[in-house]
Design a protein around this ligand. Structure first.
Ligand SMILES: [Zn+2]
Length: 703
């Protein structure tokens, strides 16, 4: 699996600029031409640098707001000093996402960007300009959420999907059809019959314009998985969507559930079929069975438009997808033709950008955590502050480089940004409030847990504790192994793991399977009953599903998707541990294959695997051979008359279903046997269907 690291913090100059703007609350004052020239050269360089990161690498280092601030300052200077505008300024360009690894495709009709508005008066000015130009005051607008993803053009010819292309430079873009086809609700064919059953003609050629994005729930799921794997979480769903769409292997694209929304069009042939309005377009998109816009508003005056824009901003935290603004479009297509376009954007639309949720608070401390692979991660401890509907008291700082770049000092007043599920990030320092005695943060040279001297891997920004016996790493590894994503040992939480490691009852993973009832009784929160339950749960985990077991082992570069591929290929723990690089390369990329082979060659790892096998650990390989239970989630409780829990799990997985440990509203069925307890109560409380063995066998077609 490819890993792209994303850092949200600026180079020093950008931070300085951002801080200066925020601190004074105003744009910089008038400059002399010589100073203006220098400043413009600097700004152009920075905009070009950040364009490259944003559009080509999908890995911006600064927030959108900071980037917009750079472009606006440059734009203001260009207006003040037109004589200094030499050649093409980046403020005119719309960026370019072509990255050189895809086939290029030329759009039939140019894919333009949208003009931006940032204030109420700019938005009102947009309406006033159109009223002047069209000589009328009865204009109707649609107000749509501005999805924060990657713009694409999807072409259908005679109703059949033929290609998906990114915007690129607006003239030609990267052809990403194969990756786009992993999107579940992108139909291969337009429905020639509308929902009313009436004929629904399809054009000969149509270029539909829209956005590929990552819904918040999926963004959150991916980050939970990354954190469990000891990887830095992604900072923003847009970058994940853009990065994912540009992966070279569609098999890596599919597990990340990208989504698509279509909100406009380019070529439309024959043009006789063109919709008369944006509203008619939205209805047509739905009638063809395409993913259209779920909600938009209509405004008949500047007041109504402004009210609708504010309403979107108010609703934004509750939306299921990332939104960074509202797009206002002239509804009538005939009037659009009258007002036309500039070289880069239509005159009939504007994108109003919402201000990010930002707060200023004090950085109280920087603590350094040790991950299960030894990576030291700094975390900002903040004076609690309310932001984006939540109280924020911590923010990730990613790594030592980021702290140094931003010069974040303990005691500083910092700006924190957050939107939706985005992890709060520190985006700048209010230098005006910095204490005279403050000093730059010194990143520790020793592991805060075991005091081993830290190492820095060449070419990586991560700093690691190299001590394989470091107890902080061990705790994290055991936590991950026992977690729901791993072998799921119920009742073995972080506090108990801490106690077991502190008392040296666990010095390495196999010790988990040497724990006896007597070792557990008396540990914090453990009585006789819970000790019995825990022992049973540990015993059960010996026969956990193989891919979860593999994932739980914290192997280098192996996330849950790779773990599934390994389980399918090797079918047993012993088989996996004795494979070589070329065998791993059948299901993994070259670097992961080499890393895994090297890992299993270490004598310490060999001993660990041998011990696990000797202790009776035998994870079960199970694979879907049918789709009878596809999309269904089961929770097992109690003892079934004819099957062990592992056998029942294997049958459910083989039928395409999923088994989880705890009952939630997403549970499809609770399969209950003799002695069912709390899970049965939970199922009843949540209204989840409870079935017994006989009914379950009917479901999987074995009764
Ligand atoms: Zn350590």
């Amino acid at each position: 699996m490819k890993i792209f690291t994303v850092s949200r913090v600026a180079g020093f100059m950008c931070l300085w600029l951002l801080s200066a703007l925020v601190a004074t609350g105003a744009e910089p004052g008038p400059l002399q031409p010589e100073a203006a020239r220098e400043r413009m050269v600097l700004l152009r360089g920075q905009v070009a640098y950040h364009d490259e990161l944003y559009y080509k690498k999908s890995a911006p280092e600064i927030t959108d707001a900071a980037y917009d601030a750079l472009k606006r300052e440059l734009s203001v200077l260009e207006q003040q000093f037109p004589a200094l505008v030499a050649g093409i300024s980046p403020t005119d360009s719309l960026g370019d996402d072509r990255n050189g690894t895809f086939q290029l495709y030329r759009h039939r009709e140019r894919m333009q960007s949208l003009a931006k508005s940032y204030t109420e008066s700019e938005l009102r000015g947009f309406n006033a300009r159109l009223e002047r130009q069209l000589q009328r005051n009865d204009l109707v607008y649609t107000i749509e959420p501005k999805f924060d993803g990657l713009a694409v053009s999807v072409t259908y010819e005679r109703g059949k999907l033929v290609r998906a292309v990114t915007r690129g430079n607006g003239i030609e873009g990267d052809e990403v059809t194969v990756n786009a086809l992993t999107i579940a609700d992108l139909p291969r064919e337009l429905s020639a019959k509308g929902p009313d059953g009436l004929a629904n003609p399809v054009p000969d050629v149509i270029e539909l314009r829209g956005e590929i994005y990552l819904p918040w729930a999926e963004f959150k799921r991916i980050n939970v998985e990354r954190e469990a794997a000891g990887e830095a979480p992604f900072a923003h769903p847009r970058n994940v969507a853009a990065g994912t769409l540009k992966l070279s292997d569609p098999r890596e694209v599919a597990p990340r559930k990208l989504a698509l929304v279509l909100y406009g069009w380019g070529a439309w042939l024959p043009s006789a079929g063109l919709p008369v309005s944006q509203r008619a377009f939205h209805a047509q998109v739905r009638a063809w069975g395409l993913p259209g816009l779920a909600g938009y508003s209509v405004g008949r005056s500047a007041d109504e438009v402004w009210a609708a824009v504010q309403e979107f901003d108010r609703l934004r935290p509750g939306l299921a997808f990332p939104v960074d603004g509202a797009v206002v479009k002239l509804d009538a297509v005939a009037l659009r033709a009258e007002v036309g376009a500039t070289e880069h954007a239509p005159r009939w639309a504007t994108a109003y950008k919402f201000a990010p949720d930002r707060a200023e608070t004090q950085l109280l401390a920087i603590t350094v955590q040790v991950g299960r692979s030894g990576v030291l991660t700094p975390v900002a401890e903040l004076s609690p502050v309310s932001l984006g509907g939540a109280v924020i008291s911590r923010a990730t700082l990613h790594n030592a480089d980021e702290i140094a770049r931003g010069d974040f000092r303990v005691g500083d007043f910092v700006y924190v940004e957050k939107a939706g599920e985005i992890i709060p990030a520190i985006v700048g320092v209010n230098v005006a409030r910095r204490a005279a005695a403050s000093r730059p943060f010194q990143f520790p040279n020793a592991c805060p847990s075991c005091q081993a001297a830290v190492v820095r891997v060449a070419g990586e920004s991560a700093v690691r504790c190299p001590n394989s016996e470091c107890s902080a790493q061990l705790r994290r590894r055991v936590q991950h192994f026992a977690s729901e994503a791993g072998v799921e040992i119920e009742g073995l939480g972080p506090a108990l793991i801490d106690a077991l490691v502190t008392k040296a009852l666990i010095r390495e993973l196999p010790d988990l399977y040497r724990l006896r009832r007597a070792d557990l009784i008396g540990l914090p929160g453990v009585g006789a009953t819970s000790a019995d339950r825990l022992v049973a749960s540990i015993e059960r985990s010996k026969r956990a599903e193989l891919s979860r077991f593999i994932y739980g082992l914290s192997l280098p570069q192996i996330g849950s998707v790779s773990a599934q591929a390994l389980a399918r290929r090797f079918r047993s723990l012993g088989g996996l541990a004795s494979a070589d690089t070329s065998e791993f390369a059948e299901v993994l990329g070259p670097s992961a294959a080499a890393a895994l082979a090297a890992y299993f060659q270490s004598s310490r790892v060999r001993v660990t695997i041998a011990e696990l096998l000797a202790l009776g650990v035998a994870p079960v390989a199970s694979f879907a051979t049918s789709t009878l239970l596809a999309g269904k989630t089961f929770v097992l409780t109690g003892t079934l008359p004819s099957f062990t829990r592992a056998q029942a799990e294997a049958k459910i997985v083989a039928a395409g279903g999923k088994v989880t440990g705890s009952v939630s509203r997403n549970t499809s069925y609770v399969l209950a046997g003799e002695g069912s307890g709390a899970k049965l109560d939970a199922a009843r409380a949540l209204g989840v269907a409870v079935i017994e063995e006989a009914a379950w066998l009917t479901l999987i077609g074995e009764n």
